[in-house]
Design a protein around this ligand. Structure first.
Ligand code: GTP
Length: 252
């Protein structure tokens, strides 16, 4: 069954670059067939050749003129149009013979995740396959403090609750940082983080408790550290995606 991977994340975190590097890795190392969807109507440049490009269906400049909208308003409007047309946009994908469908989402994560489009997208994709996961791409620069790790875990859990699919947090641009506070293995990381935030009063205690609970229910126990640019860590990312989508592996 086809595996479907949705790349989510804040603006500039490297969603498109990782979509590109991961597709390249899947083709070169597994000989897999890939179908790539660009769902960002406002992007100027993407580093891969999309098989389905939302820009062919939605003209952001026309919408902007027609409704008199600025840069944020036009994106919100575009998301709502895509959400309403979702069934038709993805209709033909059921006839496509491929191993992986990779979906690159809009730059501004909030216009995607806080609107109907995120839910409708997952509903459509679940009609195509039971193997749908999201990769939550974060810039390594975000992780400077122990609290940042708690933030990532909580955000991933929130995304999981919102979308109803497994979410794999990924730290990208690892080539740009000298060292990270975390090692990428959840058990060790949570121990390190809890050790460092536990004594920060009531707030630290609350975060520690939340992390402990998240950990008890977590399926994937690693946070891959990758560089889409330098092609680092892509195999580890794939291993985690594979284990989640084929439900065949021990994730510890
Ligand atoms: P938007 O959709 O426009 O918000 O961006 P995005 O999340 O798709 O990020 P994109 O892939 O466009 O990358 C943003 C910038 O980060 C580009 O200049 C990339 O070249 C750079 N970039 C992406 N991944 C990496 C990486 O692993 N290392 C480094 N050094 N730069 C990266």
């Amino acid at each position: 069954m086809v595996a479907i991977i949705i790349f989510l994340g804040p603006a500039g975190s490297g969603k498109s670059s990782l979509t590109s590097s991961y597709s390249r890795w899947l083709r070169e190392f597994l000989g897999a067939r890939i179908f790539i969807v660009n769902l960002d109507p406002a992007t100027e440049f993407i580093p891969y050749k999309p098989d389905l490009d939302i820009r062919d269906l939605i003209d952001i400049h026309r919408i902007s003129k027609e409704f008199g909208l600025g840069p944020n308003g036009v994106l919100v409007k575009a998301m709502d149009i895509i959400a309403n047309e979702m069934i038709y946009i993805f209709e033909d994908l059921k006839y496509i013979d491929t191993d992986f469908i990779l979906i690159d989402t809009p730059g501004q994560m909030e216009v995607f995740i806080f609107r109907d489009i995120a839910i409708k997208l997952v509903n459509e994709l679940k009609k195509l396959s039971n193997n749908v996961v999201a990769v939550f791409v974060l810039d390594a620069d975000v992780i400077k403090r122990y609290e940042d790790y708690a933030f990532i875990s909580i955000m991933s859990t929130a995304l999981q609750a919102r979308m109803g699919i497994d979410v794999v947090p990924v730290i990208n641009k690892i080539d740009l940082v000298q060292s990270l506070l975390i090692v990428g293995d959840t058990i060790s990381d949570i121990d390190i983080v809890i050790e460092n935030i536990r004594n920060k009063g009531l707030y630290g205690e609350m975060l520690s408790n939340i992390l402990n609970i998240i950990w008890q229910y977590a399926k994937a126990t690693r946070v891959p550290r990758v560089s889409a640019k330098e092609f680092i860590g892509i195999e580890e990312l794939h291993r985690i995606i594979h284990e989640l989508t084929c439900s065949c592996g021990d994730l510890t």
